[in-house]
Design a protein around this ligand. Structure first.
Ligand code: SF4
Ligand code: SF4
Length: 92
């Protein structure tokens, strides 16, 4: 399992989560931040830090944000992430 960052992070990127991650597996890619599933140790430290509740354990992610599993797992393919994010939420 891993943690997933979802839609509320898009275009906000508050970055409170980055500082608390003990393994530095949260990365800024284009319009949002994503968690590297290969590196995340499921510690949960990031979840309460997010001011907009964008971070969830994968098995507790709301159904409407299912596309963000693929988006986070796409790391480090930034081109794929950018494309998927624009599909989910077109740039204004
Ligand atoms: S704290 Fe939340 S909104 Fe801020 S970068 Fe992390 S996931 Fe995105
Ligand atoms: S659950 Fe822990 S290891 Fe995974 S992204 Fe959050 S702070 Fe980092």
């Amino acid at each position: 399992m891993t943690y997933i960052i979802a839609e509320p992070c898009i275009d906000l990127k508050d970055k409170s989560c980055i500082d608390v991650c003990p393994v530095d597996c949260i990365h800024e890619v284009g319009r949002m931040l994503v968690i590297d599933a290969e590196e995340c140790i499921d510690c949960g430290a990031c979840e309460p830090e997010c001011p907009v509740e964008a971070i969830f354990p994968e098995d507790a992610l709301p159904d409407k944000w299912e596309p963000f599993v693929k988006i986070n797992y796409a790391y480090p393919d930034s081109a794929a992430i950018d494309q998927l994010v624009d599909q989910v939420k077109p740039p204004e």
